[in-house]
Design a protein around this ligand. Structure first.
Ligand code: ZN
Length: 401
């Protein structure tokens, strides 16, 4: 059974709503959820897609940027559910015994002009009885960074509330609250993956004429740019309740737990959406609708149409193709400077069998977004090629820098 069907059934009984202090608050929340269940176009990512999204979502930041551009909603309001345990397994974390099989998110576009989206994570508790929706909403802009997130009242509220916790985690450092917000959007699995990516970078001692530059710097810079597209606010359906809470110690615990549990989910969902939008290798099959209503226990409930998202080709191949497509996207969307000369590759980096997609870092350094192969541009004067007289002007411009 789909998770959204389980949720929809549970919503008929306010006792099964796990948020809110009192009956009235739970009823309000149930109403908001019921409305969204009906209004959203519903998607179910099968296990293969759930796993690949996890792997692609931990890929290098060039590919993440490529996916972010494509992490747009096929409809204004969408519900998407995926295999949570499979997702956790792929990130290399232990799967807790009570981790729910599936998790989903309500996502909607919140700006008429810009591709800005808000996401809310929702699921059933481990016993499959209660409905829990995250008190936090994740927001991203697919095209531009979100500047000055502390000017957003909800983000500021979360930062002020969480400050004592964050001060405890990083006592001596000067980690800014906005950094903590952005890091929560990336998640700890991504921090681990990034450490892996940046420690595998090249040893700079080998060849002559090598620039003093590592792929690591590029990855860290790209990761920061990627995370600047996100912020966290309060779930609008619960905002009033959260804002009016008088016991801030309890509220802080509640939000802290949710931040830990949901950290990185928005990055994962970006990867899922990018896959759903990848029509070449991914298919979206509409469900067959037997009737407008169906029996659930002894009740008649509306039948929930949905799309099942599957792969058209074997998983490994789909993953490889999609990585390639997004790496290419990242490479073509960055300005490339034309300099006459030639590229020199560092052959002890990356994968020799890769069809490289080089992404520029500066005017004369590039690396492959797929395997990390590193190459740099050798200017004419460096190899003493006097024949190409017309590059003089270019060369002067480059040298003047
Ligand atoms: Zn490559």
């Amino acid at each position: 059974m789909l998770l959204i069907e389980q949720i929809s059934t549970a919503l008929q009984n306010p006792k099964r709503i796990l948020t809110g202090d009192d009956q009235a608050e739970r009823k309000r929340h149930a109403l908001s959820l019921r409305t969204r269940v009906i209004e959203s176009r519903r998607f179910y990512a099968n296990e293969d897609v759930s796993r690949s999204a996890a792997r692609l979502g931990l890929d290098n930041p060039d590919i993440l940027m490529g996916m972010l551009r494509n992490a747009r909603l096929p409809f204004e309001k969408v519900w998407i559910e995926w295999h949570n345990r499979a997702h956790i397994e792929e990130t290399g974390d232990d799967v807790a015994d009570d981790a729910p099989e599936k998790i989903g998110a309500f996502i909607q576009r919140i700006d008429e002009d810009k591709p800005i989206y808000r996401m809310n994570i929702c699921g059933m508790d481990g016993k499959g009885y209660g409905v829990a929706e995250s008190p936090l909403s994740y927001i991203w802009n697919a095209y531009e960074p979100i500047e000055d997130i502390l000017a957003i009242p909800d983000t500021k509220f979360i930062c002020d509330l969480m400050k004592p916790v964050w001060d405890e985690i990083t006592p001596s450092s000067e980690v800014m609250p906005e950094r903590m917000i952005r890091i929560s959007c990336l998640g700890s699995a991504y921090s681990r993956a990034l450490r892996g990516l940046t420690s595998n970078t090249v040893d700079l001692s080998g060849e002559e004429n090598e620039p003093d530059y590592g792929v690591a710097d590029h990855y860290i810079e790209q990761t920061n740019q990627f995370s600047n597209h996100f912020t966290i606010v309060l779930n609008p359906a619960l905002r009033k309740w959260l804002r009016n809470a008088t016991n801030h110690l309890e509220l802080r615990k509640y939000i802290a737990r949710d931040l830990i549990e949901s950290a990185g989910t928005v990055r994962y969902v970006v990867s899922l959406l990018a896959m759903i939008n990848q029509g070449d290798y991914i298919s979206r099959e509409p469900s067959v609708r037997p009737s407008h209503k169906r029996m659930m226990g002894n009740r008649l409930v509306p039948y929930l149409d949905h799309w099942t998202v599957t792969m058209k080709v074997p998983r490994k191949i789909a993953e490889q193709k999609i990585r390639h497509a997004y790496a290419e996207r990242a490479s073509t969307e960055m300005p490339r400077q034309e300099i006459i000369g030639h590229w020199k590759q560092r052959h002890n980096t990356g994968d020799p069998n890769c069809e490289h997609v080089f992404v520029p870092k500066t005017h004369n350094h590039e690396h492959c977004a797929l395997c990390g192969r590193f190459r740099w541009h050798v200017k004419e004067y460096m190899r003493g090629n006097a024949e190409i007289g017309f590059v003089t002007k270019d060369r002067l411009l480059v040298e003047a820098k």
